[in-house]
Write a new protein. Structure first.
Length: 653
């Protein structure tokens, strides 16, 4: 390691971690190189309790629809709950739930299993069967985790929809998944406010728009006033009342779809990423153990929402599959003030803390503005490891996190992965990998990430290119629900030699071979770690047919949120100015919030008489990106039909 290897793991880390030092890392990499299937089979036997052991490992006969451990049978909920209780850990705390108002509830493995079994029995009593899809639209809660586990227990495929999505987005997902049930709450409590959930479900189901749906199960969180549809709506406490506290797990084949999770791609329509049970659970557990070095005594806290993949792999499945203790937090990092995370770390003696760069950057700002919420004011000595996920972490934020949160003693694991990959792909292992701020370092052992050109040829280190994964891996996406062709064309384009296309650009350091992610190469934005398709936002804008003639959406760099959404809009009426323009911009922002959700609201909206187009009518987004950044366009604009438009779009109103 030359100039860039800045932080070596301490001797203590190297001695005590599950993966001890670079030699241990390298020997795992070599093992996978020598016998790829043997390596994954060994780990699948170690990490998963199989009802019927598998005899097949990787089946590539229908590539790229790969199968792993296909003749094995298991149950994810059994692996996350029962087996720890059978091993005598029933009284161990599984979840430490902290509510928005600071109230704390601890749930042991035995208690969690009872809740999951009762809910699973209730779902069965309502006719939910193996393979049925259940949409979960809940805030962060024990009930949310239990609902996912209850689906897994009976072999129903869950699809969690983030509580910030609108009725329209929720409806699209219920329809696409053909869901038979929605599990929701009356309201969610966040940042001192009660926000609607059930009312949004009501709106999504209006007019019989979701014919497959039979029941709506409602968890009473706040007791706020809600509408009730007799014959469709049921209280969670009523349906679980009197249900048996045991429920025989449904032993499913390893390839059985554990969940669908909708995510943005480069078209207007989100895609239902389908994950398996066996391969997915293996990688969720394995990465929790090696990347987070999870030990029996740890108090683990992943701050993600269960509506995103991070909440699936590192709240609902990974830590529980290992019998760990973890925090589930209902609230937001800034309520009652921006010291909330630090205060909770101190209070619960959190040892491993996993959050997003956006959160870190906004807490840096807050701490720099007010001593009272600076991490220095709190006792964070329980921490031993920090993690980052969702977007590139800039070196300055990394250094601050390392110094002020980690007391310069905690390694930081910058974990690169995606909804489609199920778990970490490129990440340091804390007892092994020397750290370089801003780099996610090296592939997880057994994962064959590489950087190639447009034809799939390897590019030398030091030269940027397209990030691919050369070999299939157990927790990979299996297909896009209802759209296998889109799965093939999005992830296995013909020209890439059968490699998985991640959708990100990356570069490897010329000396160390370390990976740095340079950002998406498709039309996907990353705003506060949330994936948003520019096409999705464009189609939401143009669906406002009363006002909008045309719209183009691009991203621009933002100090806090990583990227910000910038929309260029041509109205059906004359270009507005001043207060009128401001009012229309607000109206359009609200429209997007209604169509997709508040997370998709454009930060900037610019109005023009037209958009910059080539003579053949193609919108030149490259130029719009310059305008969005406030840069003067120095590139060649000779192919542009209407160069003067750039200046107009650059003007504030
Ligand atoms: C980005 C989130 C840089 C990347 C787990 C990827 C990252 C997209 C990192 C997936 C990281 C995630 N460094 N970029 N450590 N982690 N990304 O599906 O662009 O919500 O393709 O999964 O986030 O976002 P998704």
């Amino acid at each position: 390691m030359t100039q860039t290897a800045l932080y070596q793991p301490s001797a203590e880390w190297q001695a005590n971690a599950h993966v001890k030092g670079m030699a241990a890392y390298q020997s795992l990499v070599d093992e996978a190189d020598r016998d790829y299937e043997g390596y994954w089979a060994r780990l699948a036997r170690e990490f998963i309790s199989w009802k019927t052991p598998f005899t097949q490992v990787l089946d590539s006969s229908e590539a790229p629809f790969f199968k792993w451990f296909a003749d094995g049978r298991l149950n994810a909920s059994y692996n996350c709950l029962d087996r720890h209780i059978e091993a005598g850990k029933g009284d161990k705390t599984a979840l430490i739930f902290e509510a928005d108002d600071g109230a704390v509830a601890r749930v042991s493995y035995s208690e969690l299993l009872t809740r999951v079994a009762q809910l699973a029995n209730a779902l069965k009593a309502r006719g939910v069967k193996k393979g049925d899809r259940v949409v979960i639209y809940m805030s962060m809660s024990v009930e949310g985790v239990a609902a996912m586990q209850a689906c897994a227990r009976i072999g129903a495929t869950h699809s969690v929809v983030f509580g910030g999505f609108s009725a329209q987005s929720l409806r699209d997902r219920i329809q696409d998944a053909g869901a038979v049930m929605v599990i929701t709450a009356d309201e969610q409590q966040r940042g001192g406010k009660a926000l609607p959930l059930k009312a949004i479900v009501d709106e999504a189901l209006e007019g019989g728009s979701c014919p497959t749906l039979k029941d709506v199960i409602v968890y009473k969180r706040t007791g706020g006033k809600i509408n009730w549809v007799e014959g469709r709506d049921l209280w969670l406490h009523d349906v679980t009342q009197g249900q048996a506290s045991t429920c025989e797990p449904e032993w499913v084949e390893a390839e059985h779809p554990l969940f669908l999770l909708y995510t943005s791609g480069s078209t207007g329509k989100p895609k239902g990423v389908q994950h398996s049970t066996g391969g997915y659970l293996l990688h969720a557990a394995l990465t929790t153990k090696w990347t987070f070095d999870l030990q029996d005594s740890d108090v683990f806290w992943c701050t993600a929402d269960i509506g995103w993949v991070t909440g699936h792999s590192y709240i609902t499945y990974g830590p529980l599959a290992l019998g760990g203790t973890e925090i589930v937090f209902e609230g937001v990092p800034t309520y009652p003030d921006a010291g909330r995370f630090w205060q909770m770390i101190e209070k619960h003696k959190v040892t491993v803390f996993y959050t997003a760069p956006t959160a870190i950057r906004s807490l840096i700002k807050a701490a720099e503005g007010s001593e009272a919420v600076h991490p220095a004011r709190y006792d964070l000595s329980s921490l031993r490891l920090l993690g980052s996920v969702g977007e590139p972490i800039n070196p300055a934020a990394w250094e601050w996190y390392h110094k002020h949160v980690g007391g310069s003693r905690c390694p930081i694991v910058d974990t690169f992965w995606q909804t489609e990959t199920g778990g970490h792909m490129i990440t340091p292992l804390p007892g092994a990998t020397p750290l370089v701020p801003g780099s996610c370092t090296l592939p997880f052992p057994g994962i064959t990430t590489a950087i190639v050109d447009e034809l799939g040829n390897d590019v030398p280190n030091g030269q940027g290119g397209i990030l691919v994964v050369k070999k299939p891996w157990p927790s990979m996406i299996r297909t896009i629900w209802n759209d296998p062709e889109r799965f093939k064309s999005s992830y296995y384009p013909a020209e890439l030699k059968g490699y998985y296309l991640a959708g990100d650009g990356a570069i490897r350091d010329a000396d160390t071979g370390y990976f740095t992610i340079t950002g998406r190469i498709d039309d996907v934005l990353n705003v506060s770690g949330h994936r948003m398709g520019t096409m999705e936002i464009e189609s939401a804008l143009v669906s406002c047919t009363e006002l909008v003639a045309e719209a183009a959406v691009v991203g621009r760099p933002d100090d806090t949120t990583g990227e910000a959404i910038c929309a260029f809009v041509v109205l059906k009426r004359a270009r507005p100015h001043g207060d009128e323009a401001k009012a229309i911009a607000k109206q359009l922002r609200d429209w997007v919030a209604k169509e997709i959700g508040p997370i998709a609201k454009p930060k900037d909206i610019r109005f023009g008489d037209n958009l910059p187009k080539t003579r053949s009518g193609k919108i030149m987004r490259r130029l719009l990106r310059n305008v969005a950044k406030g840069e003067s366009v120095t590139q060649d604009t000779s192919t542009l039909e209407n160069p003067a438009i750039l200046e107009q779009l650059g003007q504030a109103y």
